[in-house]
Design a protein around this ligand. Structure first.
Ligand SMILES: *Cc1c(COP(=O)(O)O)cnc(C)c1O
Ligand code: SF4
Length: 530
């Protein structure tokens, strides 16, 4: 070995040692995504904001004080449609306010943009619908003090403000949210805390609103401290859409406050993959590093996310950011949300497309918040009692029975125009498993529900296979003309197809129980008494 070789070997060793000591950088971490300039990736800004200095753009106070809310301002950012102009001009509309960051995520030329639909009003949002209610969850009736909803035995919902960072057109609490004259103040917070001090069965407090994270940081901390001083309160959770509308708000200062009040959980509210931006990834990263388990509650919204492929992409993006999908909510029967409502079958179809097809971590629970105030009810056996062509009957954990009216007009998701459907992720080898999955579809579609367009379209909801309903003349009466009741011999295995072909369709006798036409189910089977 000559001197040069020794020098090279030493240099190699040194390089290897440095490499081993260098901190590992996980380049798959969504919070570390870099832009083309090698700096942290940023979302696009609408052209009118191009000259805003970064320091202002990244300041949550600047974002809040520069929200857009009128026709003229929105019109400078988006090419508005006629119905949006009508919506934005309506004098008695639910509040409009959108952070510059969030409105910049909208494609200005696409009237069906999923973010746009959530925050830009359209004229028809004022249309009333059957079963519409102002306070569809009867929260006001369950409030022992203003803003505190005590519906469940061991936990409460604490509304600390009516203000949000931006306003969602389908908001469940639009009766109070956005209205500064109905806001809760420190005296209300004190009354809420006093109720909790005297109510030892409450072990879990959910801070919501409005959005608690829009409060002045000192005020928010005062509430957290007040709650933590109550010994029987085990967990505190925050329900917030601030990280979606205003990720800039999740700064080190806020996280340092949150950290002091553990165990603290947080549920966010993403509805579409477009909402998960690099800014959001970094905000959520901060929350998880501050030790908060992060969940997500989505609302199923026609024209926004009523598609298995969109939902699948959403939950995958969520878990990649360490956000655990918690609930998928059926849209509430609240004023302003008529055009967002979907049939319950759509939610069931989405659940079919997730469970088993992806990680259990990525699968939320599909719930309907009971109209009239019975709490959240999972849409699954034991709780789903009956399902007719216009009503769903459910029971809550206490046995309380409630009904959910299906929408009268649901504009079906347009797969041909949906890029998520068009780029469907293949699942090789999965189709046709056990004969359950028909044709090329990867999941079981609740039969018929998918086709509901209008109430009264009774065919829509029904199983179309006649052999299902007219196999042996069941329902016809013995001795009735054309109703041969045939006794099946022990051990005989029936062939429904041959039976259907052989047995002429029986008729009704006067005053007799009507029996269905071919292809129709029996009344009892479909709960037409509802
Ligand atoms: C959603 C909600 C809760 C929390 O319910 P979980 O199912 O435990 O998440 C508590 N109180 C009210 C009034 C609610 O609406
Ligand atoms: S963030 Fe929540 S409370 Fe605020 S408008 Fe949206 S749905 Fe309503």
């Amino acid at each position: 070995m000559d001197a040069n070789e020794i020098k090279t070997a030493v240099a190699h060793q040194a390089a290897a040692r440095t490499a081993a000591e260098a901190p590992f950088v996980n380049l798959s971490d969504p919070a570390l995504v870099l832009g083309p300039d090698g700096r942290p990736a940023v979302s696009r800004r609408a052209p009118i904001y191009e000259d805003v200095p970064d320091a202002q753009w990244n300041d949550w106070r600047w974002q809040l004080s520069h929200r857009v809310n009128d026709l003229e301002e929105v019109g400078q950012i988006l090419n508005l449609t006629e119905e949006e102009r009508v919506g934005l001009s309506a004098p008695d509309k639910f509040r409009v306010d959108i952070t510059p960051y969030f409105i910049s995520l909208i494609d200005p030329d696409d009237p069906d943009d999923p973010i746009r639909r959530q925050v830009i009003p359209i004229g028809s949002e004022h249309e009333a619908f059957t079963a519409m209610m102002e306070d569809s969850l009867a929260e006001d009736r369950h409030s022992p003090v203003p803003g505190l909803v005590h519906r469940y035995p061991d936990r409460v919902l604490m509304l600390v403000t009516t203000q949000c960072a931006s306003y969602c057109r389908y908001c469940t609490r639009s009766r109070i949210v956005g209205d500064p004259t109905q806001n809760f103040n420190s005296r209300d917070h004190e009354a809420q805390l006093e109720y909790l001090r005297r109510t030892p069965q409450v072990r879990d407090v959910l801070i919501s609103g409005g959005d608690g994270l829009t409060l002045a940081p000192k005020l928010f901390e005062k509430i957290l401290r007040g709650l933590r001083e109550i010994p029987h309160i085990e967990i505190i959770r925050i329900g917030s859409r601030v990280p979606v509308f205003l990720p800039q708000r999740i700064d080190d200062e806020l996280c340092a406050v949150l950290e002091k009040y553990h165990p603290l959980w947080i549920n966010l509210h993403f509805n579409h993959p477009n909402e998960i931006t690099p800014e959001v990834s970094r905000a959520v990263d901060k929350l998880t590093k501050a030790g908060l388990p992060v969940g997500n509650q989505s609302v199923l919204l026609a024209g926004v996310n009523d598609c298995v492929h969109i939902q699948r992409s959403l939950v995958h993006k969520l878990v990649a950011n360490r956000i655990r999908p918690y609930y998928l909510y059926q849209c509430d029967l609240v004023e302003g949300s008529g055009h967002f409502r979907t049939p319950v079958g759509k939610g069931l179809e989405i659940m079919e497309g997730l469970r088993g097809h992806t990680s259990g971590y990525a699968v939320p629970t599909y719930v309907i918040d009971a109209p009239g105030g019975g709490g959240k009810i999972p849409v699954m056996p034991n709780y789903l009692i009956s399902y007719s062509d216009h009503k769903v009957v459910l029971r809550n954990y206490e046995g309380y029975i409630t009904t959910y009216e299906e929408p009268e007009n649901y504009r079906k998701h347009d797969s041909a125009a949906c890029s998520y459907c068009q780029h469907e992720r293949p699942e090789p080898g999965q189709s046709g498993v056990l004969g359950l999955l028909e044709g090329e579809r990867m999941w079981i579609e609740p039969k018929g529900f998918e086709e509901v367009h209008t109430r009264g379209n009774t065919e829509a909801h029904r199983l179309q296979d006649p052999s299902k309903w007219v196999p042996f003349g069941v329902g016809a009466l013995e001795g009735q003309a054309g109703a041969p009741l045939r006794v099946i011999e022990a051990g005989e295995i029936a062939d429904p197809e041959a039976e259907a072909a052989a047995a002429p369709a029986p008729e009704y006798g006067p005053g007799e129980e009507p029996r269905p036409r071919e292809g129709e189910p029996t009344a009892a089977a479909h709960g037409e008494l509802l």
